[in-house]
Design a protein around this ligand. Structure first.
Ligand SMILES: [Zn+2]
Length: 356
């Protein structure tokens, strides 16, 4: 699935556009992608603001993203409130105060013509900018009518209708509204693009080593192995799961196990590594990825673990919510060479592929 970031903090807007795009795109907020700062909005035009927001998020996250800006443009007021629509009556952004200011400004105006405009700016994965505009012409009423909608809806009546925007249901408003039109244009464009570009799975690699010491438990692939030595670790030392978590996070380019579960954090002391794998799954799922398959090689001189491998595959498949035939675990010794050969430690190499 294609991921696309909507530079907005408005969850309602994200759900709305997700519904229009269907399942060929996953729409994420900047917060879903790890951004928690302020998005700037300092331009004099709707186009400028939409582009500024999209460019800013692109510069931080380097992923396809889009932003929108909407304004009411009144002919007799030379296009005001325009880009200042949301804060026309001041920075505290009250719909009621904005409407009152507009009605005051329009008191002696006979030309009531106005239009709503919505602009969407999109930056694609080649850093090319695209603009999509929706507009609706109408007139400013003499007093507020209706209690639906938001913003200036109670004083705006679209041409060809006897109702103000605030008297219309969402079903009536969406087909003719500026937002509805811009969003549909954008959605059509994205759909035409997704048909052209097949998605490649993403590959990640993980590697982990732990020293072995007598008298400790040996945990591998979520199960306890009978042995006189076990891994020295802050957690339960399940080196197989650790390498796997790194492969999964690596495929999503979301850091590594150390950044998400620091080994100086008391929360993770002696923790069951299966919990770390579950949390890793939540992290990559939240970013829009699903596991395709994994493959790992355990390098361990003793004991032989071949007979336990299917149990490990079963447990890991269950946690990752994939069929067992997509989970491969192999075991090898290192022919008595190196730290593995001297039974001083155990190493695991893992790869994972993710779909989106
Ligand atoms: Zn580890």
């Amino acid at each position: 699935m294609n991921k696309i970031i909507f530079a907005t903090a408005n969850k309602h807007k994200i759900a709305e556009i997700q519904a229009l795009l269907g399942d060929s795109y996953l729409v994420l907020s900047p917060a879903d992608s790890g951004f928690d700062g302020e998005i700037p909005e300092n331009q004099n035009t709707l186009e400028g603001n939409a582009l500024e927001k999209a460019e800013y998020i692109y510069s931080v996250l380097h992923q396809p993203c889009f932003a929108d800006d909407t304004g009411l443009e009144v002919e007799a007021l030379d296009g005001a409130p325009g880009v200042f629509s949301a804060r026309y009556a001041g920075d505290n952004k009250s719909d009621k105060a904005n409407i009152q200011k507009l009605l005051d400004e329009m008191r002696d105006k006979t030309n009531r013509k106005a239009r709503f405009r919505c602009v969407i700016a999109f930056i694609d994965d080649r850093e090319i900018e695209h603009l999509f505009e929706g507009r609706v012409d109408g007139e400013i009423l003499y007093e507020p009518v209706g209690d639906k909608g938001f913003g200036y809806d109670p004083v705006f009546r679209p041409n060809g209708s006897r109702l103000s925007f605030a008297q219309m249901s969402m079903e009536e408003k969406n087909p003719i509204s500026h937002r509805g039109k811009a969003v549909r244009k954008f959605a059509e464009y994205l759909k035409s693009q997704s048909a052209k570009t097949p998605q490649m799975p993403r590959i990640g690699f993980g590697y982990d080593v732990h020293a072995l010491a007598e008298g400790r438990e040996l945990w591998l692939g979520g199960i306890k192995i009978e042995h006189n030595k076990g891994c020295i670790a802050h957690s339960d030392g399940d080196v197989l799961i650790h390498a796997l978590c790194d492969a999964l996070l690596g495929a999503a380019a979301l850091g590594d196990i150390g950044t998400h579960f620091p080994d100086n954090d008391q929360e993770f002391k002696n923790i069951d590594s299966k919990i770390l794998l579950r949390r890793t799954m939540q992290i990559i799922q939240k970013a829009g990825y699903a596991v395709n398959n994994i493959d790992a090689t355990v390098c361990l001189e003793k004991p032989k673990i071949r007979t336990r491998i299917d149990e490990m595959r079963q447990i890991l498949a269950q946690i990752m919510e994939i069929p067992i035939d997509r989970v491969s675990i192999k075991a090898t010794t290192s022919e008595k060479l190196g730290f593995v050969g001297r039974e001083e430690g155990v190493a695991v190499y893992a790869v994972a592929t993710l779909d989106f």
